[in-house]
Design a protein around this ligand. Structure first.
Ligand code: HAS
Length: 549
C-alpha cells in the first residue's frame, strides 16, 4: 500500500503498543496487590491501577490496533486513500489520541479511579469524561473517513459486491457508530453536567443502561476484527479460499442486528428494570450467539477443506495437516480454541438464573480474559507478526518467529492458569474488583484462596508469566518497527495474507445497508424504548438534571 497510508496505520499501531506496554504492567502490579505481596505508595491505589489496566488494554490498545488494521486493509483492497480520506484519518487519529492522553492523565493523577466500566454512582473528574468524549469523537472521524473511502469505491464499481475485507470493516464500523450513541448520550448529558457540578445528582439506572447499550456491542467491536482475521487470513495461510463469502457476510450482518439490544444482560441483578425487558434482552442475547456458531462451523470447514486438499484421510486427519510451524497460524488457532470455553462462559452469564451465581464475582474477570484477553488479543498478536513488517518493509526473521512461539505459548499458559483460578474462585463466591486488603483478613473470605488452583499465588504466577510474554511481544514489535533489517530479497518480503472469496456468488441484498441498519434500529426500539422512557419518567428527585436526563 502507499507509503502515506502506511504511516497512518503505523502510528495507530505504535500508540496501541504503547498502551499495551503500560496496561500489561498495571496488570502485573494488580495480581501482586491482590496477593498482598506489594504495598503501594500513598499516591497510588488498587483502583487507580485497575482503571488504567482496563482502559489502556480494553479501550485504547484495541481501538488503535483495530484502526491500524482497517486502514491497512482498506487501502490494500480498495486502493490508496484520496486526500480527504487521508486528512480525516489523521484528524481522527489525533483527536482519539488527545482524548486518550487526557483520560490517562486523569487516571494516573487519581482523579478517575472509576474503572473501565465507568458508570455511576462512581464519579470521576469532569475532564475524564471530556477525554472519553474526545476519544469517541476521534474514532467517529476515523470511521467516517473509512466509510467515505468505501463509498467512493462503490460509486466507481456500481452493481459490484465490495471485497469481503471492506464489507466486514464497514459492518464493524456501523456497529461501532450505533453502539456509541448510548455512551455519547450519557457522557454528554449526564456525566459531564454531574461531574462539573452543573447538576446535583444523576439518574443512575438510566446512566448504567445507556452505558451497557454501548458496553456489550463494544465487545463485538473487539471481536469482529479478530473474526476478520479468522475468515480472511487463516484460509490464506492454509492455501484455500474463504469457505463461504455469503456465510461470512451474513454472520457480520447478524452482529449488527443482535449485538446492541442486549445490554440488560449486564444488569440482570438491577432492580430498576422489570423482568419482562430483561427476559426479552436475554432472548436477543441468545440470537447473538448464532453468528459465532456460524463462524466456528466455517472455521472447521476451512480446516477440513485444506486438509483434504493436502491428502488428509479419516475424520480428523486434516488436523495434522494444519501449518503448525507458522506462528501466524498457530497463535490464531490457540486463540480460537480459547473461545470455546470463553463462549460457553458467555452463554452461562447470559442465562437469566445462572447469572445470579456468577454476577460480580471473579468468574466474570475470568470470562473476559478468555474472550478479549486471549481469543481477541492472541489473534491481534498473530496479526502483529506480519502486519508491522508488512508496513515497515522489515524482516520477520527466523529467530523472531521462534520467539513468537515462546511468546504465544507463555501467553496461553499464563491465561490458562490465571483465568481458571478466576473462574473457580468466582464460583466459590470471591467478588470481582475487590482489593485483597479490603477483605480485612476475614477468615471466611480468605478460605476462598486456600486451594491449589484457586490461590492468589496461582493468579500471580499466571499474571507474571503473562507479563513476561507481553515483554517478548514488545521486543518483536520494536524490532519489526524500527530495528530489524529491511527485507530486500523477495523471500524476505512479508505479505498481507488475504484469501480470495467468491463474492460474485453472494446475494446482493447482503450489502444493502439500509435494510440492516433499519432492522437494527427497529430491534433497538423494541428492546429499549419503553424501559428507558420509564427510567426517565421515574427519575429520582434532583436527577432530572438538564430536565429530561
Ligand atoms: Fe461476555 C460480561 C455474555 C462474548 C467480553 N463479557 C463480559 C465482560 C466482558 C465481556 C469484558 O450475558 C465484563 C463486563 C464488565 O466489566 O462487567 N459474552 C456473553 C455472550 C457472549 C459473550 C453470550 N464477551 C464475549 C466476547 C467478549 C466478551 C466475545 C470480548 C471480546 N458477557 C456476557 C454476559 C456478561 C458478560 C451476560 C455479564 C455478566 C455479568 O453478570 O456481569 C457470546 O458472544 C459468546 C458466543 C461465542 C461462542 C463461541 C464460538 C466458538 C468459536 C471458536 C471455534 C474454535 C475453533 C478452533 C474453530 C458460542 C467461534 C477449534 C479448536 C479446537 C482445539 C477444537
Amino acid at each position: 500500500i502507499a507509503a502515506k497510508d502506511r504511516k497512518i496505520a503505523l502510528w495507530n499501531i505504535g500508540v496501541a503498543y504503547t498502551a499495551f506496554l503500560i496496561g500489561t504492567l498495571c496488570g502485573l502490579l494488580q495480581v501482586f496487590i491482590r496477593n498482598d505481596a506489594l504495598q503501594l505508595p500513598a499516591w497510588l491505589d488498587y483502583y487507580q491501577i485497575l482503571t488504567a489496566h482496563g482502559v489502556l488494554l480494553a479501550l485504547i490498545y484495541t481501538a488503535f490496533f483495530i484502526f491500524g488494521f482497517f486502514v491497512t486493509g482498506m487501502s490494500k483492497t480498495l486502493g490508496t486513500f484520496g486526500p480527504k480520506v487521508w486528512l480525516f484519518s489523521w484528524i481522527g487519529f489525533w483527536v482519539t489520541l488527545a482524548g486518550t492522553v487526557l483520560a490517562t492523565i486523569m487516571i494516573v493523577s487519581g482523579e478517575a479511579s472509576v474503572l473501565y466500566t465507568f458508570y455511576a454512582p462512581l464519579k470521576a473528574s469532569g475532564w475524564y469524561y471530556v477525554g472519553l468524549a474526545l476519544y469517541v469523537v476521534g474514532t467517529w472521524i476515523s470511521s467516517f473517513a473509512l466509510i467515505a473511502h468505501y463509498l467512493v469505491w462503490r460509486k466507481a464499481h456500481k452493481g459490484e459486491m465490495s471485497p469481503l475485507f471492506a464489507f466486514m470493516t464497514i459492518a464493524t464500523l456501523v456497529l461501532w457508530l450505533i453502539a456509541c450513541l448510548g455512551v455519547v448520550a450519557t457522557v454528554l448529558f449526564q456525566y459531564i453536567p454531574w461531574a462539573f457540578g452543573w447538576t446535583d445528582t444523576i439518574n443512575v439506572e438510566l446512566s448504567r443502561s445507556l452505558f451497557w447499550y454501548f458496553g456489550h456491542p463494544l465487545v463485538y467491536f473487539w471481536l469482529l476484527p479478530a473474526y476478520m482475521a479468522w475468515y480472511l487470513i487463516v484460509p490464506k495461510l492454509l492455501g484455500v479460499k474463504v469457505f463461504s463469502d455469503s456465510l461470512a457476510r451474513l454472520s457480520f450482518v447478524l452482529f449488527i442486528l443482535f449485538s446492541i439490544p442486549v445490554g440488560f444482560h449486564h444488569q440482570l441483578t438491577e432492580p430498576g428494570i422489570s423482568n419482562f425487558w430483561k427476559f426479552l434482552q436475554v432472548v436477543l442475547t441468545f440470537m447473538v450467539i448464532v453468528p459465532s456458531l456460524m463462524t466456528a462451523f466455517s472455521m472447521f470447514a476451512t480446516f477440513e477443506t485444506s486438509g483434504r486438499k493436502k491428502g488428509a484421510k479419516g475424520l480428523f486427519g486434516w488436523f495434522a495437516m494444519l501449518p503448525w510451524k507458522d506462528v501466524r497460524f498457530t497463535s490464531i488457532f490457540i486463540a480460537m480454541a480459547f473461545f470455546i470455553p470463553g463462549g460457553a462462559g458467555g452463554i452461562i452469564n447470559a442465562s437469566f438464573q445462572l447469572n445470579e451465581v456468577v454476577h460480580n464475582t471473579l468468574w466474570i474477570v475470568g470470562h473476559f480474559h478468555i474472550t478479549v484477553g486471549t481469543p481477541v488479543a492472541m489473534t491481534f498478536m498473530g496479526m502483529t507478526f506480519w502486519l508491522i513488517p508488512y508496513l515497515t518493509g522489515r524482516k520477520f526473521t527466523k529467530s523472531m518467529q521462534r520467539l513468537g512461539f515462546v511468546q504465544i505459548i507463555t501467553w496461553s499458559i499464563g491465561m490458562l492458569l490465571m483465568s481458571t483460578a478466576q473462574h473457580v474462585l468466582g464460583l466459590l463466591g470471591a467478588p470481582r474488583r475487590t482489593a485483597y486488603s479490603s477483605y480485612n483478613n476475614h477468615p471466611a473470605a480468605l478460605e476462598w484462596f486456600d486451594g491449589i488452583l484457586t490461590s492468589h499465588v496461582t493468579m500471580a504466577i499466571g499474571g507474571s508469566i503473562l507479563f513476561i510474554s507481553a515483554m517478548m511481544l514488545m521486543y518483536i514489535v520494536v524490532m519489526t518497527m524500527f530495528l530489524s533489517p529491511k527485507a530486500e530479497k523477495p523471500e524476505d518480503i512479508v505479505e498481507f495474507p488475504l484469501a480470495d472469496s467468491d463474492r460474485e456468488s453472494s446475494p446482493k441484498f447482503l450489502e444493502n445497508w439500509k435494510i440492516w441498519i433499519g432492522i437494527a434500529f427497529a430491534l433497538i426500539l423494541i428492546a429499549y424504548a419503553i424501559p428507558l422512557s420509564s427510567m426517565i419518567q421515574h427519575a429520582p428527585p434532583g436527577s432530572e438534571g438538564l430536565k429530561t436526563w
